[in-house]
Design a protein around this ligand. Structure first.
Ligand code: GLU
Ligand code: MG
Length: 455
């Protein structure tokens, strides 16, 4: 979080045919055009390299029914979307097109979805995140964001490739080729890794990357995951990004770090989470942003921890952030304030800990921005901070403990309804409702077995 925000990314200056030629020079034959659906599943259409320039111009046809897919590939329908009719255009953003280091011959580009008349598809999650970034920019604000990625690695026979202890050097030694290949592949793809380490649960690791703008952070989260999966496959392993992997165990999060900056033509960008008169150096505006996020967290769970197994992870005393509270460096608070280091105050940021890998990262970051801006509009203030484990404090509210509760909060959230727009809000709610119904009453083992390898 150390660097101030750069100006918003401009669309690729490179002509699509130049991009295609460049990728061809790197041995690329096919290009995966990716998006993430409302169930948090990465979906794809691919084109041969020779078709890439056309695809960037005209788009590739795809059905809007994907908006109502559930994690198990069954379909539901909402008031606006679902059913067999219609067609959309999937347009790759070539400014993020990259040859995939662990999938020789393949490149990947994130895609936006448009209607056939060329206007944005109202349920395009990536454009929602972009709209929220623009909403912030219109107020002279810029966001810096990064998702952490936690994953569990197994052999196809269900055994773990290492039995090393949590955070243990043994694990790094056992899997040093695998972890080196991950670092190499991420670097080759232009990503800046900040850390990689063994995590708490058996076979669990984490990688964190440098912050960037909100859409870029979501793109990077998707690319990191594809890369981890491909490197795992090359090593005869499988990577799980599911929130819960083993009943009762510590799950995998996809924590969102972010900072909000005041920008202006005449002054250097200023991180609003540091250098102010408030608690831990918060400025009044920075505090209002965080207070807005904190207030909407129950509803935001429907975007950030939305899967059938999300609530199996989101339990007290598992570092998952199950309580609706904030605290400085508190890993049990859903909103952890990371005050800047004394010698690098601009590194101050906040971590939304309750989010996980079932989230569509575009929806989650866009929803957080909407909530934060609403907090700023209202001049919201944070409640008292929580130190120590909120499970042993009095009166700290739990976040919703099941999908139905989170859905009710989401449906009642005027802030998220307005930000997402009726079509996207309704479609997300339809998917949440259908997934909750599909998995209702199933024991944790069954929910986990059905979702472990889906994300
Ligand atoms: N694995 C924990 C989770 O489910 C997080 C551990 C950590 O704080 O990094 O979110
Ligand atoms: Mg972690």
């Amino acid at each position: 979080m150390a660097q101030p925000p750069e100006p918003p990314a401009q669309p690729s200056e490179e002509h699509p045919r130049v991009t295609a030629a460049r990728l061809g020079g790197e041995g690329v034959v096919g290009v995966a055009l990716g998006w993430v659906d409302n169930a948090g599943v990465g979906r794809v259409k691919a084109v041969p390299l020779a078709r890439l320039a056309d695809a960037a111009d005209q788009g590739v046809g795809m059905s809007p029914v994907f908006d109502t897919f559930l994690v198990d590939d069954s379909m539901t329908s909402g008031r606006w979307l679902g059913g067999p009719d219609g067609d959309l255009r999937l347009l790759p953003d070539l400014s993020r097109a990259v040859a995939l280091a662990a999938q020789p011959g393949w490149a990947w580009a994130p895609a936006d979805r448009y209607r056939q008349d060329g206007t944005p598809h109202p349920a395009c999650q990536r454009q929602f995140a972009a709209r929220m970034a623009e909403r912030a920019a219109a107020r002279g604000l810029a966001l810096r964001a990064a998702y952490e990625t936690e994953w569990i690695v197994q052999r196809p026979d269900g055994g773990y490739p290492t039995d090393g202890p949590a955070y243990g050097m043994n694990r790094l030694t056992d899997l040093s080729d695998y972890l080196r290949d991950i670092l190499s592949a991420l670097a080759e793809q232009g990503l800046t890794v900040q850390q990689i380490h063994p995590e708490y649960a058996e076979g669990q690791f984490e990688v964190s990357v440098a912050p960037e703008g909100p859409v870029g952070a979501a793109d990077t989260a998707v690319l990191v995951r594809h890369t981890l999966r491909a490197v795992s496959a090359a090593h005869g392993l499988r990577a799980s990004f599911a929130p819960a992997f083993a009943p009762g165990g510590v799950g995998s999060g996809a924590h969102l770090h972010l900072s909000v900056w005041r920008t202006g033509p005449d002054a250097a960008p200023q991180n609003l989470l540091t250098g102010g008169p408030g608690r831990h150096g918060l400025t009044a505006q920075g505090e209002a942003f965080l207070a807005g996020v904190l207030a909407e967290l129950p509803a935001l769970l429907a975007l950030g921890a939305p899967g059938p197994s999300s609530h199996l992870r989101l339990v007290p005393s598992h570092w998952a952030g199950a309580f609706q509270c904030w605290g400085p460096e508190n890993r049990e608070a859903a909103l952890r304030l990371v005050p800047g280091l004394p010698d690098r105050p601009e590194s101050a940021n906040a971590e939304v800990k309750c989010f996980d890998g079932a989230a569509n990262p575009y929806l989650a970051v866009g929803g957080v921005i909407a909530a934060g801006l609403a907090g700023m509009d209202a001049g919201a203030v944070l409640p008292p901070e929580v130190r120590g484990d909120p499970a042993s404090a009095d009166g700290v509210p739990r976040l919703p403990t099941g999908p139905e509760q989170a859905l009710a909060a989401f449906e009642a959230s005027a802030v998220l309804r307005e930000a997402l727009g009726e079509v996207l809000h309704d479609t997300v709610a339809a998917v949440r409702r259908a997934e909750a119904a599909a998995f209702a009453g199933q024991p944790p083992e069954a929910v986990i077995a059905a979702t472990r390898w889906r994300y």
